[in-house]
Design a protein around this ligand. Structure first.
Ligand code: HDE
Length: 708
C-alpha cells in the first residue's frame, strides 16, 4: 500500500499558486491526510463515541471503571504524545514547495530532477537552530540548519546543510565532544539556546580547527533576520556524476531571492523574549500571504584533475572554496509555497539523512560527511521508534520502494507475496535488481580508486586552521567587523574562567587577526597579544567580497514589514497613501495604535488598527512610518510606548519616516535626520530606498548612545 501512496510530489508538473486548487489535488493523492469535517467522533478502532465529556463511573459520584476502554485509549495515547526531540537541531520549522531545474544539466549530473525543466520536484525543507531544545527562542546566536528533502522520481535526495558553509570540526569522531561542549552545561542545564558559556569556549579554544566556523558563528550570519534571508550550504564537497559516468567535485549553495541580511544583536536578544517564534511566524505568514520564499540552487564545480590545486584540501569541511576562485553555477530554483497541515506529523517526524542520495550524486571521503552517513539513520531509529520510519508519510519516497525488508515495529505496508528474499523463484524473482547503466537508473557508486594503510590520522593538508578564518574576518565591512568583535567580547565576557578567555584571545584570535584579538582583549580587560602563536599560511586570495552580507542585498522591499503608527486625530488619507505606496513595492504595512481599539481620524471617521504598538513592537518590523496631524502627534508625544518605538527603531538602525507634523516627535527625542531618518510627507520614495539598504549603518556609532 505504502508504495502506491503518493506524496506532495504529485504536485510535480502541476504547480499552481492557487492554494485551494493545489490542496484539492493533494487531498486526492495523499490519502494519509485526514480531515474530520462532517465526521463522527470515533475511537482509534472506529467505534462511534456518544459521550466525550465523562469517564464511565459507578453512579454520578462513584469510582471510575477500568473497563472504560474509550477513556483508557484516549489517555494512553496522550501519555505517549511526545517523541524524543532531536539531539541537535531540535527547534525547527518547515515548509513544502518545489524545485525546478533551469535546464537539462545532464552534462553535469544524470540525476533526473536536474534534467527536465518542465518537471517540478516536490521538496520539504526544515530550518532549525542547533543548540536549544524544541521550545527555545528562534533568534538566538546559533547556526541554522537548512535541510531539504527532494522527493525525486528516482528516490529521495536529502541535502542536509546549514546556513554557514563550514563546520566546527573536521572529523565526525569529534562531534559528540563538540555537541556536549556547546549544549547547556550538565550541572544546571544553562544556557538555553546559546554558546556564551565555559564549556563551549573551553572546547573551541582547545580545538583550533574550529576557528573558522566560530568566526562565522560570531558574525551576523548567526542572527539571520529571517529564515528567508539566509544562504544555505551543503558544506562538504560532493560528487556529481554525469550521463557518461564522468564525475566532478561540487559544493552546493542555496542563494535566497530575498537577499541576505541579519538582525542586530540587541534586536535578536529582545525578540528571543518578546516573540520566541519570530522566525517560524515570519516564514509561516510569508507563505500564507503568497510571498513565497525562493532560493537558487547552485554548485561550485571542480574538475577531478583540479582536486589538489587549492591552498586547502577539498575534503576539509572547515574550508570554503572562495566564490572568487570558483563561481557558483546556477542549476535551478526552489520555491516554498505551502505550510504543513500538522507540525508533529510533518515537521517533527521528518527524517533527514545525508546518506539519502540518488543516481547522479555521490559522496567524497570528507571524514565529517562519512560519519554523518552513519549517524542520521541510527538516530532516527531511536527517535522515531524503529526501522520503519521511511513509511511515515512525510518520509515516504514517491518512487516505489519494494524490497525484502519486512516487519519491525510500526510496519505500515502489508506486503503481498511470500518471497522476502532475493534471488527467489516463487514470486517470479521480483523485486529484481536494476543494472547500473545510466538509462536504467540503478544506483552505482562512483568507482574512486582508494588505497592506503589503516590509520587513525588526520591528513597534513587539513593542518591550516587560520588562513580562511582570517580571510572571512578581513572580507567583512567595517560594521560587520565591529559586530564580530562585539560578539566575541559578549560571549567571552560570560565565560567564568579567565584562562579560557585568555586562551581564546591569545591562541585563536591572535592567529586570525591581531586587531580582532586586541580589541576583544581590551573589552575583557586582558593584556593585548602582540603576535600570533603560529605561522599562518599565506592565501592566494586576500579578500572575498562574496562573504560580506553587505554585498548580498536585493534591490527591492518585497515582503518587508512596515509599522505605521497612528493615534486619535490622524490623517486617514496620509495613512492610506503610505500603505498604497508600500503595497505597490510588495511590502506589508500594519497600522498600530496606542491600544488595539480603533482610533478616530481627523475627519471623525473610525480607523481600525491591526494591533497595539505594545503588541507588535518595533523589533517585529523593518521600518516605521508616522503619518500625523498636530493632534495625533501631540497624543504620541506623551505616550512612552510610542516614543520608545521610535527610539528603538532608531537604535536598531531602521528606516524611519515621519510626516511634517511628526517632526516634533523627532525633535523631542533629540534624533537627527540621516539617510534613513526622513522628515516630510514627500519622503516616501526615500523611505523605500532606505528600507532597501536594510540598515542605516552610518548611524551605528550614534545609536550606541541610545538607551536599549
Ligand atoms: Fe547533523 N545531525 N551531524 N550536521 N544535522 C542531526 O539527525 C551529526 C552536521 C544537520 O531538520 C541529527 O535527525 C553528526 C553538519 C541538520 O531534521 C544527528 C555530525 C551539518 C540537522 C546529526 C553532524 C549538519 C542535523 C540529529 C558530525 C551541516 C537537522 C537529529 C559528523 C552540513 C535536520 C537528526 C532536520 C541533525 C548528526 C554534523 C546539519 C544526531 C554525527 C556538518 C541541518 O543524526
Amino acid at each position: 500500500m505504502a508504495n502506491e501512496t503518493k506524496m506532495p510530489s504529485e504536485m510535480a508538473g502541476t504547480d499552481t499558486p492557487d492554494r485551494a486548487n493545489t490542496n484539492e489535488k493533494l487531498e486526492a493523492l495523499e490519502t494519509f491526510r485526514s480531515d474530520a469535517t462532517g465526521q463522527a467522533l470515533r475511537t482509534n478502532h472506529g467505534v462511534k463515541i456518544s459521550d466525550n465529556q465523562n469517564t464511565l463511573r459507578v453512579g454520578a459520584r462513584g469510582p471510575s471503571l477500568l473497563e472504560d476502554f474509550i477513556m483508557r485509549e484516549k489517555i494512553t495515547h496522550f501519555d505517549h504524545e511526545r517523541i524524543p526531540e532531536r539531539i541537535v537541531h531540535a527547534r525547527g520549522t518547515a515548509a513544502h514547495g518545489y524545485f525546478e531545474t533551469y535546464e537539462d544539466h545532464g552534462a553535469l549530473s544524470k540525476a533526473g530532477f536536474l534534467r527536465n525543466p518542465e518537471k517540478k520536484t516536490p521538496v520539504f525543507v526544515r530550518f532549525s537552530t542547533v543548540q536549544g531544545p524544541r521550545g527555545s527562542g528562534d533568534t538566538v546566536r546559533d547556526v541554522r540548519g537548512f535541510a531539504v528533502k527532494f522527493y525525486t522520481d528516482e528516490g529521495n535526495f536529502d541535502l542536509v546543510g546549514n546556513n554557514m558553509p563550514v563546520f566546527f570540526i573536521q572529523d565526525a569522531f569529534k562531534f559528540p565532544d563538540f555537541v556536549h561542549a556547546v549544549k547547556p552545561e550538565p550541572h544546571n542545564e544553562i544556557p538555553t539556546g546559546g554558546s556564551a558559556h565555559d564549556t563551549f569556549w573551553d572546547f573551541v579554544s582547545l580545538v583550533p580547527e574550529s576557528a573558522h566556523m566560530v568566526v562565522w558563528a560570531m558574525s551576523d550570519r548567526a542572527i539571520p533576520k529571517s529564515l528567508r534571508t539566509m544562504e544555505g550550504f551543503g558544506i562538504h564537497t560532493f560528487r556529481l556524476i554525469n550521463t557518461e559516468g564522468k564525475a566532478v567535485f561540487v559544493k552546493f549553495h542555496w542563494k535566497p531571492a530575498q537577499g541576505v541580511c541579519s538582525l542586530v544583536w540587541d534586536e535578536a536578544q529582545k525578540l528571543a523574549g518578546k516573540d520566541t517564534d519570530y522566525h517560524r511566524r515570519d516564514l509561516w505568514e510569508a507563505i500564507e500571504m503568497g510571498d513565497y520564499p525562493e532560493w537558487e540552487l547552485g554548485v561550485q564545480i571542480v574538475p577531478e584533475e583540479d582536486e589538489h590545486k587549492f591552498d586547502f584540501d577539498l575534503l576539509d569541511p572547515t574550508k570554503i572554496i572562495p566564490e572568487e576562485l570558483v563561481p557558483v553555477t546556477p542549476l535551478g530554483k526552489m520555491v516554498l509555497n505551502r505550510n504543513p497541515d500538522n507540525y508533529f506529523a510533518e515537521t517533527e517526524q521528518v527524517a533527514f539523512c545525508p546518506g539519502h542520495i540518488v543516481p547522479g550524486i555521490d559522496f567524497t571521503n570528507d571524514p565529517l560527511l562519512q560519519g554523518r552517513l552513519f549517524s542520521y539513520t541510527d538516530t532516527q531509529i531511536s527517535r522515531l521508534g524503529g526501522p520503519n520510519f521511511h513509511e511515515i508519510p512525510i518520509n515516504r519516497p514517491v518512487a516505489p520502494n519494494h524490497n525484502g525488508q519486512r516487519d519491525g515495529i510500526h510496519r505500515m505496508t502489508i506486503d503481498r507475496g511470500r518471497a522476502s528474499y532475493e534471488p527467489n523463484s516463487i514470486d517470479g524473482g521480483w523485486p529484481k535488481e536494476t543494472p547500473a547503466a545510466a538509462e536504467n537508473g540503478g544506483f552505482e557508486t562512483y568507482q574512486e580508486r582508494v588505497e592506503g594503510h589503516k590509520v587513525r590520522e588526520r591528513s597534513e593538508s587539513f593542518g591550516d586552521h587560520f588562513s580562511q578564518a582570517r580571510l572571512f574576518f578581513q572580507s567583512m565591512s567595517e560594521p560587520e567587523k565591529e559586530h564580530i568583535i562585539a560578539a566575541y567580547s559578549f560571549e567571552l565576557g560570560k565565560v567564568e574562567r579567565e584562562f579560557i578567555r585568555a586562551r581564546q584571545v591569545n591562541e585563536i584570535l591572535a592567529n586570525i587577526d591581531l586587531t580582532l584579538a586586541k580589541r576583544v582583549a581590551e573589552n575583557l580587560g586582558l593584556p593585548a597579544p602582540t603576535a600570533g602563536t603560529v605561522d599562518v599560511k599565506e592565501q592566494t586570495l586576500k579578500d572575498s567580497p562574496a562573504l560580506s552580507q553587505m554585498n548580498l542585498l536585493v534591490d527591492n522591499i518585497k515582503g518587508r514589514k512596515v509599522a505605521v503608527l497612528v493615534a486619535d486625530g490622524v490623517d486617514e488619507k496620509a495613512v492610506e497613501s503610505v500603505k498604497a505606496a508600500l503595497k505597490a513595492e510588495g511590502a506589508h504595512a500594519k497600522v498600530l495604535g496606542p491600544t488595539s481599539a480603533p482610533v478616530k481620524t481627523a475627519g471623525g471617521a473610525t480607523l481600525p488598527v491591526d494591533a497595539s504598538m505594545e503588541g507588535l513592537p518595533s523589533i517585529a518590523f523593518d521600518a516605521v512610518w508616522i503619518p500625523g496631524t498636530d493632534k495625533s502627534v501631540k497624543a504620541m508625544s506623551t505616550n512612552g510606548v510610542a516614543l520608545h518605538y521610535v527610539l528603538e527603531a532608531y537604535k536598531h538602525l531602521k528606516a524611519i519616516g515621519v510626516s511634517d507634523q511628526a517632526k516634533a516627535l523627532i525633535e523631542q527625542l533629540k534624533l537627527e535626520e540621516d539617510a534613513g531618518l526622513l522628515i516630510g510627507d514627500g519622503k516616501v520614495a526615500d523611505f523605500i530606498t532606505a528600507i532597501k539598504q536594510h540598515r542605516v549603518w552610518a548611524r551605528e556609532p550614534k545609536a550606541k548612545a541610545i538607551p536599549a
